[in-house]
Structure formats: structure tokens, C-alpha cells
Design a protein around this ligand. Structure first.
Ligand SMILES: [Zn+2]
Length: 72
């Protein structure tokens, strides 16, 4: 069973990125518990990442995790 993920409120894309305190970009999806799930298998520790704001990978939307919607 695949997990369900929330969609961008503008374009319904389900992949997002954020910039931590460093220059590296983190790619992730947001599950229905509003929890970021890393799409990069090498990225094991998201706890130090700042997820505010998050950016959509497909359009120019950015906002808070709470702004996402379960249905595109
Ligand atoms: Zn988008």
C-alpha cells in the first residue's frame, strides 16, 4: 500500500522542497499526518530542516505545510 500525500493547493503537485539553514535543498512529500517524508533515500535526518516555508517543485507556490490540501 502506498502512502497518501497532500497536494499543492495551486497545481496539485505532491512534491515539495525546502531550504534548511544551509544551501542544500531538501525534497520531500507531505503525508496526511502533515509530516514530511523525504524522497531522497540518502536523507535520513529531516529534524534539522526548516519546513517554513515549503516550496512546490512544479509551480511558484510556497507556504506552510498546514496550507496543503488532501485533495487536489
Ligand atoms: Zn504547485
Amino acid at each position: 500500500m502506498s502512502e497518501e500525500f497532500l497536494s499543492c493547493p495551486r497545481c496539485a503537485c505532491k512534491k515539495f522542497y525546502s531550504r534548511g539553514g544551509e544551501e542544500k535543498m531538501f525534497f520531500f512529500q507531505i503525508n496526511t499526518d502533515l509530516w514530511p517524508v523525504a524522497t531522497d533515500a540518502n536523507l535520513s535526518d529531516l529534524s534539522k530542516t526548516d519546513f517554513s516555508p515549503i516550496h512546490c517543485t512544479a509551480c511558484s507556490w510556497k507556504g506552510e505545510i498546514q496550507d496543503l490540501q488532501a485533495k487536489g
